[in-house]
Design a protein. Structure first.
Length: 159
């Protein structure tokens, strides 16, 4: 008992495995191939696998960061939602636009998904005429900062 048959092989995650394959293609396969086209293909495959491996390695951290940022965005929007209350002299249409923005913010805060975030953006643009420019810019600017951070994070593996 306890011999080679009972030993477990070390577990390698998908990202690390792709990195290893990329390294093998770059360091062993590519240099061993004489023809230019297959050699180029081996090196290019190594580049693609390396990028994919890095993307997979970063995926869990990115998901966690996205969730944290979406929660912070929802909290900020819910706080700002209080400023969307129309004044008593507002028309019914104006009150409706503000109510739609507030409802979209509430949906987003409850679900924290991309579809409901799109609903917030759409409702902001639909109510743009009735929101003052500063309020519209502040709300949309807060959404854009979060989206820009997510885009930058998604491109991190390409560095």
């Amino acid at each position: 008992m306890g011999g080679a048959a009972t030993r477990r092989a070390p577990v390698v995650n998908a990202g690390e495995l792709l990195q290893r394959i990329a390294q093998t293609l770059r360091n062993d396969v590519g240099p061993a191939v004489d023809a230019e086209y297959p050699k180029t293909q081996a090196f290019m495959a190594a580049v693609v696998l390396q990028k994919l491996g890095r993307e997979l390695a970063l995926a869990n951290g990115h998901r966690a960061a996205d969730a944290t940022e979406l929660r912070a965005l929802a909290d900020d929007l819910v706080r700002a939602r209080g400023t969307l209350r129309p004044d008593a002299g507002s028309s019914q249409a104006t009150r409706g636009g503000s109510a739609n923005v507030a409802a979209a913010i509430d949906r987003f805060a409850a679900t924290l998904d991309q579809e409901s975030l799109c609903g917030v953006i759409e409702s902001l643009y639909a109510a743009r005429a009735e929101l003052d420019a500063a309020r519209f810019d502040a709300l949309l600017g807060r959404v854009r900062r979060t989206l820009r951070t997510q885009i930058d994070r998604r491109l991190e593996f390409a560095k």
